[in-house]
Design a binder for this molecule. Structure first.
Ligand code: AKG
Ligand code: FE2
Length: 303
């Protein structure tokens, strides 16, 4: 009789979470069981001055970084007004027994207003370094949410499942395939439901399974200023603290997701007539073109 061999350690491909029509993820791969953290919480460190090298390193060690003042406070306020004026009356975003949930997908092919947010200083430098200088946008939206909204810890994507013990080895650096970028349009306080991130949890190589801490490390809250951005990697455990605000204050963010050069660009080629509005074609810069459509010719990402 032969003894059964131990399960071989293999890398397996896994599915990606899909977005529900209400903007919240629906696929079970993202995280299982109860992943809502409600213990004591501290804020993420917010550098007073942006340090690119430290930010890049943070993407591999902590799995995220903070870019202070990616937008001026004036532009954050103007964007808020623009968001408020878009999408029709508020009533239609009041979801019964839940919360105000207004997520507006940005139409990059027709709407020139948002082009300037594609390559924000600091943010674009981190993305170019970790995704490659020919990274591109996957999608973008503005998202206004009110009291009652929260999101359990999850991961956004997991193209490859690697045994956790391999990922503990500091010599292993998993390339960053996608980066969600959250740009906050209001000063974030705990009762507005900030994004929460679990530092180092990308080294688990999986989504949280009935867990709210990783190796004893609790989530930290993005208690950042209006105009700041938080960039995190696709495989970091993250979610959102509950909005418990009693003055009816809403959280305003922009959520942009960028992909590595080897992921498919999402937007059509610029060359083809009719793909983009004249307003976009007149305003778009060469770098913004690359961010929408991808550019095959640039050097590689720094792993
Ligand atoms: O709303 C947040 O702060 C996080 C959003 C998020 O994780 C998601 O949309 O997948
Ligand atoms: Fe997410």
């Amino acid at each position: 009789m032969t003894t059964a061999a131990a399960e071989p350690a293999t890398a397996t491909a896994t599915a990606t979470a899909t977005r529900a029509s209400n903007g919240h993820f629906s696929h079970a791969m993202k995280g299982k069981g109860n992943t809502v953290y409600d213990g004591p919480i501290e804020g993420v460190a917010r550098p007073a001055v942006f340090d690119l090298e430290a930010a890049i390193e943070g993407m591999y060690t902590d799995g995220y970084c903070v870019v202070p003042n990616a937008l001026s406070t004036e532009l954050a306020a103007e964007t808020r007004r623009h968001v408020d004026a878009s999408g029709g009356p508020d009533e239609k975003y009041e979801v019964k027994n839940w919360c105000f949930n207004k997520q507006l997908m940005i139409d990059w092919t027709k709407d020139a207003y948002y082009l300037r947010y594609l390559d924000l200083p600091g943010v674009i430098d981190v993305l170019d370094a970790v995704l490659g200088p020919d990274c591109h946008l996957q999608e973008g939206n503005t998202w206004t949410t009110g009291p009652g909204r929260k999101m359990g810890l999850h991961i956004d994507h997991l193209p490859l499942q690697i045994p956790e013990e391999y990922l503990q080895d500091p010599r292993v650096r998993i390339p960053i395939y996608f980066c969600p970028v959250m740009i906050y349009l209001v000063d974030m306080k705990l009762d507005l439901g900030p994004t929460i991130v679990v530092p180092g949890s990308h080294r688990s190589g999986r989504g949280p399974n009935n867990e709210t801490t990783y190796k004893g490390v609790a989530p930290k809250a993005a208690l950042v200023k209006a105009g700041d951005a938080v960039i995190f990697r696709f495989d970091l455990w993250h979610g959102a603290w509950g909005n418990t605000n009693t003055n009816g204050e809403r959280r305003y963010v922009m959520q942009l997701t960028y992909g590595h050069r080897q992921t498919m660009p999402n937007y059509p080629r610029l060359g083809k007539e009719g793909n983009y509005s004249q307003e976009v074609l007149d305003a778009i810069t060469p770098r913004q073109r690359r961010l929408l459509c991808g550019a095959p010719e640039a050097p590689r990402a720094r792993y």
